[in-house]
Design a binder for this molecule. Structure first.
Ligand SMILES: NC(=O)c1ccc[n+]([C@@H]2O[C@H](COP(=O)([O-])OP(=O)(O)OC[C@H]3O[C@@H](n4cnc5c(N)ncnc54)[C@H](OP(=O)(O)O)[C@@H]3O)[C@@H](O)[C@H]2O)c1
Length: 275
């Protein structure tokens, strides 16, 4: 695909995160235009100043969704999942049947999205994508996999890191990738509380907790080692770390966090069954 246009239908937190990641990245073939569509004029005006680039056009309202889709080679869906049917009704007259659809919607399946086109990529990403350090997993319809897999990975990788994943694993990914930042934030909050309880100023505790989590993640990613192996290197016999870890195990922290991922994945799967 050369000299192509993208229409982003719903450019809120996730639509903006993906669009700004594309704007900061360099790859070929690069989109010649990205039309960012919102529902309200207010969001559209805010978006215009946020995504300041010659490649960007902004518009709002159902008629402009329709116009944007008629010009688009690729449609990125960034609205809420419950809005999908309404948005589809607004734009169905402009769908050519061979556009590439990239969906950021949690829960909505490739089969459901295929009413727009046979070429579908379903992406699950997360809010750190706003800062270029998100994670994304991508599933494809058979038609899209053979024709557009390279292009989709080029478009999505700038959010941080993108990996392919079969659609059957998407509920688990929704829990770990989509909800994961909220689980990490709860752990971070607890680290801050502990520091403050023991007399650290709040600002120092917050900065320290965030840097500890960032650094720990980097250590896992750069060494490729199992978290348990890295953890054992911090535990001096008879020392502070092993004492703290045993308290965490007594409180069931490991099982609690693993079960949180299980619960979120089950809830994601139950949304699909309710439809
Ligand atoms: N937030 C997360 O952590 C997260 C994580 C993983 C996946 N997701 C998925 O990402 C998707 C978007 O979530 P979000 O948090 O980015 O939502 P959001 O911030 O509320 O953004 C929704 C966007 O859709 C626009 N919109 C509403 N109706 C529209 C219409 N008829 N036509 C065009 N645009 C319309 C809104 O415009 P206005 O501002 O004008 O109303 C807004 O720009 C969801 O499907 C969600 O499942 C989110």
């Amino acid at each position: 695909m050369e000299d192509y246009t993208i229409a982003v239908l719903g450019c809120g937190v996730m639509g903006t995160a993906v669009t700004s990641a594309i704007l900061k990245a360099k790859f070929e073939p690069y989109p010649s235009k990205i039309i960012c569509c919102t529902n309200s004029e207010k969001s559209s005006t805010e978006l215009k100043s946020k995504l300041d680039s010659d490649v960007i056009e902004t518009s709002y309202g159902s008629e402009s969704n329709n116009k944007a889709v008629s010009k688009a080679d690729i449609v990125i869906l960034g609205c809420k999942p419950f809005m999908f049917k309404d948005v589809y009704e607004q734009v169905k007259g402009s769908l050519s049947g061979d556009q590439l659809i990239i969906s950021l919607l949690a829960g909505t399946t490739i089969e459901e999205l295929s009413i727009m086109s046979p070429y579908v990529a379903k992406v699950m990403t997360n809010t750190p994508a706003q800062f270029g350090c998100g994670m994304a997993v991508v599933s494809f319809s058979d038609e899209a996999e053979s024709k557009y897999s390279d292009l989709v990975m080029k478009l999505i990788d700038p959010v941080g890191k993108a990996m392919k994943l079969p659609e059957k694993n998407m509920d688990a990914a929704t829990a770990l990738v989509g909800s994961g930042p909220a689980f990490c934030l709860l752990i971070m909050e607890a680290l801050v509380d502990g520091g403050v309880r023991m007399g650290l100023p709040y600002a120092v505790a917050k900065e320290s907790a965030a840097k500890v989590m960032e650094g720990t993640a980097k250590m896992v990613l750069e060494t490729g080692e199992h978290p348990a192996a890295l953890r054992s290197k911090i535990c001096t016999p008879g020392g502070t770390t092993i004492g703290g870890l045993l308290k965490m195990e007594d409180a069931g922290v490991r099982g609690g966090i693993a079960r949180a991922v299980e619960e979120a994945a089950n809830i994601s799967a139950s949304f699909a069954k309710k439809k």
